[in-house]
Design a protein around this ligand. Structure first.
Ligand code: PLP
Length: 478
């Protein structure tokens, strides 16, 4: 274990030595602190080594395989970062005049147009900063739309149990009553349960598709139809768009609103809480409710307008602009054909991995998957005592980031794998070998897996305590 920066501090040590400042600032006495801040005092070389060594402990897509299901941890081409670092994009101010940022507005307009094309929607906002934020925005638009047509009595929001966890949360935060409906054996929406659930009070159905078990609901047209017939709207959680881009469009399936995760599908790295973007697309009847401002084009001039019945703003200014630039660069470099191939390869890679592992681990849902799949370690746990967490920890020692664990909740001892399209055959084969090796270890020496990981600075922290009682600052002894 290396020491903390505060422990490395030695009185009087400094980084670069610069001449004493001769300017005297007039700071009001009450604003001057009484005791100096306890900043670490350290030489430049030790400072650089400290952070460089810490950074080498972080594991990201640039280090190795990262099959974290539901998260689309794919490699993001560096050229998209280059595009987003161009001075014309970075050296602007949100309060600049519209005339002086026409190029940037054009970029936003182009992105919006491409994303509408990919999703089959008529209009779009780029303002929400994340997927869940997009959900909240889209549902607010639905709520405001319903009251505008005198149907504020529609208060129920139907969410299948195979939805992403953020869906019921976004619905509840919008004041809707969440109605949960079960999935069938194949992991699809139970149509009978849906028919029984819809009615006069149905505001909308929120569908994660492909769902959290990696299935494209084969009754999708019937689902949107059932909800529309009851007068409700349908919301498509498009965070999993990586599986269907260029192949199928939510708009064509009857959906009214969709959100995307640019930080999953469209070239912005994520994890660690960096900037994201969750654009929300809608059909024409909802565009008057989009958050303000919306970028439009009028006779070759780009403008920012406030939609007539806007729900208001959901963030400051125009969203995470540079994330949008990365998405635009990504789409333009790939082109229509490339975008489609991304999804085809994402699905191919997931199916390859699933096929190669299905004799080693139980796959609870039969048939081909989309971009991800779920395995259940329930039987392995019964037979050997090794659970999903143990296998995940064992993978760390083999240099692979663990898959998503214990999610979705409808599968016991779940591990959810999403290899993404950017992984090579060799990387996938290596992962297959790792998973097989861990199964062997589980049968022969389960204790070894209970003890893993052994190659990391910390083995098994108390995860509950780490969440409930996080120690986020250094306690000085004196
Ligand atoms: C990731 C994800 C979300 C939430 O996105 P955030 O940007 O983390 O808020 C919502 N739905 C699905 C299906 C997801 O995979």
């Amino acid at each position: 274990m290396s020491s903390l920066i505060f422990e490395k501090s030695r009185e009087g040590r400094r980084c670069a030595v610069i001449p004493k400042c001769e300017l005297k600032a007039e700071i009001p006495a009450q604003l001057i602190r009484q005791t100096p801040p306890k900043l670490p005092e350290i030489a430049e070389v030790d400072l650089v080594r400290h952070y460089t060594n810490l950074s080498r402990r972080a594991y990201g897509v640039d280090n190795g395989f990262y099959p974290l299901g539901s998260c689309t941890m794919k490699y993001n081409p560096k050229i998209d970062e280059d595009a987003a670092s161009l001075k014309g994009f970075t050296d602007i101010h949100p309060l600049q005049s519209i005339q002086s940022v026409q190029g940037c507005l054009e970029a936003m307009y182009m992105l919006k147009t491409y994303l509408c094309e990919i999703t089959g929607m008529d209009d779009m906002t780029l303002q929400p900063a994340a997927g869940a934020h997009g959900e909240f925005t889209g549902l607010s638009m639905i709520r405001t739309y319903l009251s505008s047509i005198g149907q504020g009595y529609r208060t129920k929001l139907i969410v299948p149990d195979s939805a992403h966890g953020t869906n019921p949360a976004s619905a509840a935060m919008n004041g809707f009553d969440v109605v949960n409906i079960p999935s069938t054996q194949q992991g699809f929406v139970d149509l009978e349960a849906l028919r029984a659930a819809v009615g006069e009070d149905t505001a909308a159905l929120m569908l994660t598709n492909p769902n959290t078990v990696g299935r494209f609901d084969e009754n999708i047209l019937e689902i949107t139809d059932i909800v529309h017939s009851a007068g409700g709207l349908v919301y498509y959680d498009g965070a999993n768009m990586n599986a269907v881009m260029g192949l199928a469009r939510p708009g064509d399936m009857g959906f009214d609103v969709v959100h995307l995760n640019l930080h999953k599908t469209f070239a912005t790295p994520h994890g660690g809480g960096g900037p994201g973007s969750g654009p929300v697309g809608c059909k024409a009847r909802l565009s008057a409710f989009l958050p303000s401002p919306v970028v439009t084009c009028n006779e070759g001039k780009y403008e920012l307008i406030t939609p007539e019945s806007t729900i208001g703003s959901v963030g400051s200014f125009y969203g995470n602009f540079l994330v949008c630039i990365k998405a635009l660069a990504y789409i333009m470099t790939l082109g229509a054909q490339g975008i489609r191939e991304v999804s085809e390869n994402a699905v191919l890679n997931a199916n390859y991995l699933m096929e190669m592992l299905k004799d080693t681990y139980d796959i609870p849902f039969e048939g081909p998957c989309m971009h991800e799949f779920v395995m259940s370690l329930e039987r392995l746990k019964k037979e050997t005592g090794v659970n999903a967490s143990d296998i995940a920890k064992g993978l760390i020692d083999l240099g692979i980031h663990p898959p998503t664990m214990y999610f979705p909740l409808i599968v016991h001892e779940a591990l959810m794998l999403e290899p993404t399209e950017t992984e090579s055959r060799e990387t996938l084969d290596n992962a297959i070998q790792a998973f097989k090796k861990l199964k062997q270890t589980a049968l022969e020496n389960p204790q070894a897996l209970h003890d893993s990981p052994v190659t990391t600075p910390i083995g098994r922290p108390d995860e509950t305590a780490a969440v409930r009682y996080p120690i986020l600052k250094y306690s000085f002894t004196e």
